[in-house]
Design a protein around this ligand. Structure first.
Ligand SMILES: *Cc1c(COP(=O)(O)O)cnc(C)c1O
Length: 421
């Protein structure tokens, strides 16, 4: 459920007409709903009620400072995957003891940054990382709290580019080698082993792979405890999917996911962390774009819009589906048109949808891409010298620009000319 609904014949973001935002900031732009962000955070938080837990928002999904602050004020921790994200979390006021650091390639500089600024734990992914983390902590006269990310060799049944829990993926250490690697970590004085981490992929639409993975984590917890390790925290990753279409089978709800966590892991007495990203931000954002031309081709009509693959890359990169709707509410029973919906960028990959049935729209009208809040703005670029598009946050009847569109001069002047030219 989200807060982008038609009212009085027009699409609203909470209590603000989307067309009013378009007038203020120009198109294309992203708009997020505070109520939707908070609703999704609380769904997870409530689903784990009764367990000692922390919901660490995977901020790579949407990392604008205003979004982070909204969630942090509601009690969210943050899952970061780079020094840049760590700095963003701190800048949004998130204390170090609510930040977990994930990722396969943490550099020594990033590790130092987090040890200096405070960290809840590092989710360690390899033996070489264990060595660097230990050496860095020792050199700083401190001890780094760690979980080790295990790869449970579970098929998440999602798009290949976002599956992470099979043995052929680059993530974590094979669960079969866990005892050996935990023994190594426990022998190093710069590290404190506190738990286990797992994350099997993104946009999972079925709970079965989670169940398989969490059963393996439960078994491993007992085995590692028998080996003498203190396992008091389990980080279960993110990955719960969202509905991108309105007709397909809805993915499982956070409450069912929470029940699964309790059923598989609740008896272990561990503190539980989860790292949802997409489910918190995905349906809390729209990308809004204006139709430039409606072009008739051979046997097909193209809707050429001012948003492009550089603004929203998911369709080009993951063959992702986004519902695309007119900002003016179609009259009930209106005839559908069929379009290929494309951007102005000079490659055929700049296609958002092929042969899409939707109410007819004309040049100059606005369309909204639903479910664009996660992996949207954060993955955008200035390809074709198209300036990054603005982000807007709505809260009831108020809206604010939370990242403005750079001017063309700002974009161009980021380049510097060598002296010899
Ligand atoms: C990407 C990622 C997440 C978030 O995944 P979602 O599908 O957005 O919930 C959580 N944890 C880790 C380690 C990740 O890489």
């Amino acid at each position: 459920m989200d807060h982008f609904l038609y009212r009085d014949g027009a699409l609203y973001a909470e209590d603000v007409p989307v067309s009013e935002i378009a007038k203020a900031v120009g198109t294309p732009f992203y708009v997020y709903s505070t109520a939707t962000l908070l609703r999704h955070f609380h769904l997870f938080d409530d689903a784990l009620d009764g367990l000692d837990h922390l919901v660490c928002y995977a901020m790579k999904a949407a990392s604008n400072q205003a979004i982070l602050k909204t969630l942090a004020q509601a009690g969210a921790g943050m899952d970061v995957v780079s020094g840049g994200e760590y700095r963003r979390a701190k800048a949004a006021g998130v204390p170090g003891d609510r930040i977990v650091f994930s990722g396969v390639g943490k550099t020594a500089a990033e590790i130092r940054l987090a040890l200096e600024g405070g960290i809840r734990q590092f989710n360690v992914e390899s033996e070489p990382e264990i060595e660097v983390l230990n050496a860095t902590a020792l050199a700083m006269g401190t001890v780094a709290p760690i979980t080790i990310r295990v790869n449970p060799d579970v098929d998440a049944k999602t798009h290949a580019k976002i599956a992470t829990g099979k043995s052929e993926n680059k993530f974590g250490i094979p669960i079969s080698r866990a005892r050996e690697v935990y023994a190594l970590a426990a022998s190093l004085p710069g590290l404190e082993v506190i738990g286990i981490d797992v994350h099997i992929g993104s946009q999972l639409t079925d709970l079965a792979p989670f169940e398989l993975a969490y059963q393996k984590v439960a078994e491993l917890t007992e085995v590692l405890r028998a080996d003498g390790h203190t396992i008091r925290r389990l980080d279960l990753g993110g990955g719960l999917g969202i509905p991108y279409t309105r007709d397909n089978q809805a993915p499982p709800l956070p409450v069912d996911y929470g029940a699964l966590v309790k059923r598989t892991l609740g008896h272990l007495g561990c503190e539980i962390e989860i790292e949802p990203g997409r489910l918190i931000a995905g349906n809390a954002g729209l990308m809004v774009s204006e139709v430039i031309y409606v072009k008739s081709g051979e046997g097909r009509d193209f809707l050429i819009i001012d948003g492009a693959m550089n603004d929203l890359i998911r369709p080009a990169m993951y063959e992702a589906y986004h519902d695309i709707i007119p900002v003016v509410e179609p009259v009930p029973g209106a005839e559908q048109a069929t379009y290929d919906i494309v951007g102005p960028v000079c490659e055929s990959g700049d296609t958002f949808a092929k042969q899409r049935n939707m109410p007819p729209v004309a040049a100059g009208e606005l369309v909204a891409f639903r479910s664009a809040g996660a992996y949207g703005a954060v993955m955008s670029s200035e390809y074709n010298s198209r300036p990054l598009i603005p982000e807007v946050l709505v809260n009831k009847d108020q809206f604010a620009v939370i990242r403005r569109r750079p001017t063309f001069d700002e974009m161009i002047n980021r380049d510097t000319i060598p002296e010899w030219l």
